[in-house]
Write a protein that binds this ligand. Structure first.
Ligand code: LLP
Length: 425
C-alpha cells in the first residue's frame, strides 16, 4: 500500500492474497501467538518519528513521544534509540521510560493536571528535562519538593490558549472550559513570581489543545498565542529556552491512501510560521501519529449469527481490548485477513463482553466471513492496548513487534493467574 512512511504497513503482497505486516504473514502470527493479538510494525514507528524529526530539522528540537498512546517497553526502547524524548503523565509512565531506556531520563517532560508529591519526587530524582505545570498550586508543590530534595526543577507552564480544535469533545483540551492548563492571561504573573525562587527554573511554555486534530490551523492559532506570550515575557525579563507545542496531530482512520508526509509538513509549517520570532528549542509531543497506523488488532471470528435482519460477527477481541469505538464512536477499518469471494454485506462486528456497547463496527459493509476467519482491526496502535482492561476477567492480549522479516513477542498474553494474583479472599 504505497510508500512506507505514508500509509499502513498492513498490505496484501498480491491482489487477493492474505494480509501481511511488512514481510510477516498475519496468519502465521495468529498461529504462533494466538488471538486477540496486537501487531506493530517497528519500521513504520521509526519512520513516523523520523518524519517529525526531519520536519523540524531547521531548529533545535526534541520529539517527546507521548507514552500514553502506546507504552510498550519495546516501543519506548525503539524510539529512545532513535533520539526520541518522552512525554509522560504519571510516575508509572516514568518508570516505564526508566526501565526501557534509562539514558533517556533527561529527555522526559512530565505533563498532567494531578501530579502527586511522590510522582514529583520520582521525576526530580530521575533528573527529567522539565515539568509541564498545570496550576499555581502545583508549582508551589514543585518548589517545595525541589527544595526538599535539593534539586532545581525546570518547568514550563502549560497554558490554556482558549483555542477551539475540531475533534471529539472527550479529547479536546484547549478551551477555558477544560480542566487543562493555566489561563494564558495569568501566566506572566506566575513566571515573574517563580523567577525569584531558588529551586525553580522557568524553562519553557507548553500547550496541548487536544488529540486527533486533522487540520493544522488550530495548532497555528495556539502557537501564535504562545508566541505572543513568549515575546511579552522577554520584555519583562523572563527568557524561556523552550516552547512545547504538545501533541494532537490526527490521522485518517478511513482512507487507505492517507499520506502522512504532507500532513507532518503542514503541521510543521503552521507551528514554525507562528513561532518565527522565537529562536529557542521546540518540543513536540506526538503520540497517535507515531504509532496508530503501525498497529492492528488481530482477532478471530468465533460465530456469525443473524438476529432478525441484522448479521452479527462475533470476534474473540472485545471492548476491553480496544475501547475506542465504544468510548469515542471511533471508526476503525476492518480487513479480513483472507478475502472470501462474495458480495460485501452490512454486519455488526462485536465482541463477547456483556454490553451492547461492545462493538467494533455497526452496519459495516464486510466481505463474507466464516467462524475461524481472522480480521485485522486497523490503526489500532495508539490508545488500543494502552486503554485495554480486564473487564469480564478477560486476560489482555499479547503484543508482537515486527521488524523487517522478524516478529518478536514483546508482551505475553496474560493468564487468569496474573489477573487473580493481587487479590485475597
Ligand atoms: N501531550 C499531552 C499533554 C496529551 O494530553 C496528549 C494526549 C498528547 C500529548 C498526545 O496526543 P496525540 O498526539 O496522541 O493526539 N484516548 C484518546 C486520546 C487521548 C489523548 C490524550 N492526550 C483516543 O483514543 O482517541
Amino acid at each position: 500500500m504505497g510508500q512506507p512512511a505514508s500509509s499502513r504497513p498492513f498490505h496484501r503482497p498480491r491482489p487477493g492474497a492474505a494480509l501481511y505486516c511488512g514481510k510477516v504473514s498475519l496468519e502465521a502470527l495468529a498461529r504462533r501467538f494466538g488471538t486477540p493479538l496486537y501487531v506493530y510494525s517497528a519500521d513504520q514507528i521509526v519512520e513516523r518519528l523520523a518524519l517529525f524529526q526531519a520536519a523540524f530539522a531547521g531548529r533545535e528540537h526534541l520529539v517527546c513521544y507521548a507514552v500514553k498512546a502506546n507504552s510498550a517497553l519495546a516501543i519506548l526502547k525503539l524510539l529512545a534509540g532513535r533520539g526520541a524524548g518522552f512525554d509522560i503523565v504519571s510516575g508509572g509512565e516514568l518508570e516505564r521510560v526508566l526501565a526501557a531506556a534509562p539514558e533517556a531520563a533527561g529527555r522526559v517532560v512530565f505533563s498532567g493536571v494531578g501530579k502527586t508529591p511522590a510522582e514529583i519526587d520520582l521525576a526530580l530524582e530521575a533528573g527529567i528535562l522539565a515539568f509541564n505545570v498545570e496550576s499555581e498550586s502545583e508549582l508551589d508543590l514543585l518548589a517545595e519538593r525541589a527544595q526538599k530534595l535539593k534539586r532545581r526543577a525546570r518547568f514550563a507552564l502549560r497554558v490554556n490558549p482558549d483555542v477551539f480544535a475540531d475533534t471529539h469533545p472527550y479529547i479536546s483540551t484547549g478551551l477555558r472550559e477544560h480542566k487543562f492548563g493555566i489561563d494564558i492571561r495569568q501566566a506572566p504573573k506566575i513566571y515573574r513570581n517563580a523567577a525569584h525562587s531558588r529551586w525553580l527554573e522557568p524553562y519553557g511554555v507548553s500547550v496541548h489543545i487536544g488529540s486527533q486534530i486533522r487540520s493544522a490551523d488550530p495548532f497555528g492559532s495556539a502557537m501564535e498565542r504562545v508566541s505572543k506570550l513568549v515575546a511579552q515575557l522577554v520584555r519583562e525579563g523572563v527568557r524561556l529556552q523552550a516552547v512545547d507545542a504538545g501533541g494532537g496531530l490526527g490521522i485518517d482512520y478511513h482512507a487507505a491512501g492517507f499520506d502522512a508526509v504532507p500532513k507532518v509538513a503542514e503541521y510543521a509549517a503552521a507551528v514554525e510560521s507562528a513561532l518565527a520570532g522565537f529562536k529557542g528549542r521546540l518540543l513536540i509531543e506526538p503520540g497517535r501519529f507515531v504509532v496508530a497506523q503501525a498497529g492492528a488488532l488481530l482477532t478471530r471470528v468465533l460465530y456469525v449469527k443473524r438476529n432478525g435482519n441484522k448479521t452479527f460477527v462475533i470476534t474473540d477481541a472485545a471492548m476491553n481490548d480496544l475501547i475506542r469505538p465504544a468510548l469515542y464512536q471511533a471508526h476503525h477499518e476492518i480487513a479480513p485477513v483472507r478475502l472470501r469471494a462474495g458480495k460485501p454485506r452490512p454486519v455488526d462486528v462485536v465482541g463477547p463482553v456483556c454490553e451492547s456497547g461492545d462493538f467494533f463496527a455497526r452496519d459495516r459493509s464486510l466481505a463474507p466471513v466464516d467462524p475461524g476467519d481472522l480480521l485485522a482491526l486497523l490503526d489500532a496502535g495508539a490508545y488500543g492496548m494502552a486503554q485495554s482492561s480486564n473487564y469480564n476477567t478477560r486476560p489482555r492480549a499479547a503484543e508482537v513487534l515486527v521488524e523487517g522479516a522478524q516478529a518478536r513477542l514483546i508482551r505475553r498474553r496474560e493468564t487468569i493467574a496474573d489477573l487473580l494474583a493481587p487479590e485475597s479472599i
